[in-house]
Design a protein around this ligand. Structure first.
Ligand SMILES: Nc1ncnc2c1ncn2[C@@H]1O[C@H](COP(=O)(O)OP(=O)(O)OP(=O)(O)O)[C@@H](O)[C@H]1O
Length: 263
């Protein structure tokens, strides 16, 4: 189930050291993130969970280069992040497809901007449409798709640009439970196949345990990392694993970690 990733020889893809984020207004300052340090190795799937307001989205926006950090350092493959870049693909909760473009055109959007030749573009979009099971919908417009299908296009579009890291902010948060489950299985399959490095943000503790190799549990006021939880290998084989004793035990452990700090 795990990709052939020997942690002994793996290199940190993302290194964050003592990141602080302070939002300033004319009258006040608000510390959203306080000395947050973490690392993500190449090909790892990492999640951040925590109560509302703990700074999860701020952290992802900083990783995406959409928001500057206040102090600290943050690098991807040794290069400091100083703005958005093609090395990072993003998938948000809200559907961000271009409504006037077909599924194929949405997936090819970044490739068109890069001037990739047509035959190469077609091969890449074919591969990713197949990966997310949307070959039959190549010509459909986003308005003709369900929420789950739109997110599959968003994932395919992000991956088509061959990013070093895939950043996902509650991508399945708006989906019904059944669709959410099938999207989680699909994402896990894609991750195993493509060996993408993924940073995933979610409120859903089950989702984080099911998808991730490690989970960073955050606390709020100010936003800090409370604990790093390593998910045991072999725990997350199929969706049924969510009903096993060890899965439920881990879930309770994370809930109590978050709960302790919400009082
Ligand atoms: N642009 C901003 N200006 C001022 N404060 C902000 C800004 N963006 C976020 N904050 C504050 O920073 C804190 C962290 O916000 P953030 O959205 O990162 O948390 P979150 O963990 O993603 O929350 P949620 O799970 O509810 O989405 C919150 O208290 C929020 O009000």
């Amino acid at each position: 189930m795990e990709p052939s990733d020997d942690r002994a020889v793996s290199v940190s893809k993302i290194t964050a050291t003592d990141i602080t984020k302070v939002y300033s207004t004319k009258k006040s300052q608000f510390v959203a993130l306080d000395r947050v340090s973490f690392h993500v190795d190449a090909h790892e799937f990492i999640s951040f969970v925590g109560p509302s307001g703990c700074g999860k989205s701020s952290l992802l926006r900083i990783l995406a280069g959409l928001e500057p950090l206040t102090t600290g350092t943050l690098s991807i493959s040794g290069h400091e992040i100083d703005g958005p870049g093609a090395d990072r693909g993003m998938v948000f909760q809200s559907y961000t497809l271009f409504p006037w473009l077909s599924v194929r055109e949405n997936i090819e959007f970044g490739l068109t901007l890069k001037g990739i030749p047509l035959f190469e573009k077609r091969a890449i979009s074919d591969h990713f449409m197949e990966l997310v099971g949307l070959q039959k919908f190549a010509r459909s417009l986003p308005k003709e798709l369900s929420g789950g299908m739109k997110q599959r296009v968003a994932i395919a579009r992000a991956l088509a640009n061959n990013p070093e890291v895939l950043l996902m902010d509650e991508p399945f948060g708006a989906l019904d439970p059944q669709t959410k489950n099938s999207m989680q299985e699909l994402l896990l399959r894609i991750w195993e196949k493509e060996k993408t490095t993924v940073v995933f943000i979610t409120h859903d503790i089950e989702e984080a345990i099911f998808l991730s190799q490690r989970v960073y549990v955050m606390q709020a006021h100010p936003g800090r990392i409370r604990q790093e939880i390593v998910i045991p290998q072999g725990l997350r084989e199929t969706l049924e694993c969510k009903d096993t004793e060890s899965f439920i035990k881990l879930k309770k452990q994370i809930i109590s970690l978050i709960g302790d700090h919400e009082e």
